[in-house]
Design a protein around this ligand. Sequence first.
Ligand SMILES: Cc1ncc(COP(=O)(O)O)c(C=O)c1O
Ligand SMILES: N[C@@H](CCCC[NH3+])C(=O)O
Length: 416
Amino acid sequence: MSVFNYKNGVLNAENVSLAALAEQHGTPLYVYSRAAFEQHFTAYTDALGEWPSLVCFAVKSNSNIGVLSALARIGAGFDIVSEGELERVLAAGGEPSRIVFSGVGKQAREMQRALNVGVYCFNVESEAELERLSEVASAMGKTASVSLRVNPDVDAQTHPYISTGLKDNKFGIDINDAARIYQKAASLPGIVIKGVDCHIGSQLTEISPFLDALDRVLELVDDLAAREIRIEHLDLGGGLGVKYRDENPASPAEYIAAIKERLGDRTFKLIFEPGRSVSANAGVFLTRVEYLKLNDHKNFAIIDGAMNDLIRPALYSAWQAIVPVNETSEEPVRAYDLVGPVCETGDFLGKNRDLAIKQGDLLAVMSAGAYGFVMASNYNSRGRPAEIMVDGEQAYVVRERESIASLFSNESCLPK
Ligand SMILES: Cc1ncc(COP(=O)(O)O)c(C=O)c1O
Ligand SMILES: N[C@@H](CCCC[NH3+])C(=O)O
């Protein structure tokens, strides 16, 4: 059940009016729901039940520390891909022993920091990275727990830009080469083998690609066992899709039931790294109509939100629902392209949307909690929006709007 509902004709987040939030904090504005984050996260932990497991929220999908603190307080682990994400998790009160460190380009400094705080596991994505990690850990007199992220070469049946498990993708180690590299890992100083990791892509709406990947991972695990290399955990990554429009993705419960069934009597600890399925439908993006531009062949609604705030439509032609915050309107319904003030033809949040709107109306772009603010930029010297977390009747500013001064406070004019 969505936490974003109309009450007395106005769209609310939990029990807070989005119209009131826009009035108070201005637009464009990101608004999140704590209850939605918690519900979506516990869908995973409830489905796992007593099974040994760790659910690591993919910080890249929404890294606001207000969000991370809410998840840390319900026992979440975190999947990080940079030192910056690591520091965010720590600042939010996340437990280092519940962090997995993914990413193809880990630098020595990032490895050192992660080893110092004691992250749970490094998901190693290449042989060269394994060698570097061994050197870094040994020099510190520490041991790094690792899983190799294997690339199983399965088609995730998703947008090519967010598919990661094909052999043409930069991610992970070719599964056909993995046994050799595991053997090498077993002999390297400063390394202890913990698991196998695999993440095949994002916004997957079918379970079958996950099961195909799992089958390939299990073949590898058997091969490793024959080489006396024992695995404690399987990290199956993130990637479960959400409903943006008419998709019908599996629920976390259905997905996990299918994984457990496929595992049969194997009792590996399971790690998941969900991002979008926790965060997307826990947030909306509010934007106001600045001008209407009516033409014979096309109508534009020029809004104050733009591609720099929410880039998914421009980048992937992604479709996200756009609804009026006030449910009723006297205006005629027209088809509009919703375009921002940025000087790019690709600056749109929606195309050909039927809306009954006038200048000054407030719109909500739905499913904006994942890969929204985190991908925002300052293009056209636009300050990034504020972020609000709603909790019941309360609303907290979890990130202030960027001021104009802050846009260039760390730049300098040339000396005279
Ligand atoms: C290694 C890794 N884990 C987890 C995720 C989170 O994916 P999603 O947001 O689709 O659940 C990603 C992003 O695709 C990823 O690259
Ligand atoms: N940014 C992408 C998802 C990338 C997944 C990261 N590995 C999106 O908005 O759909």
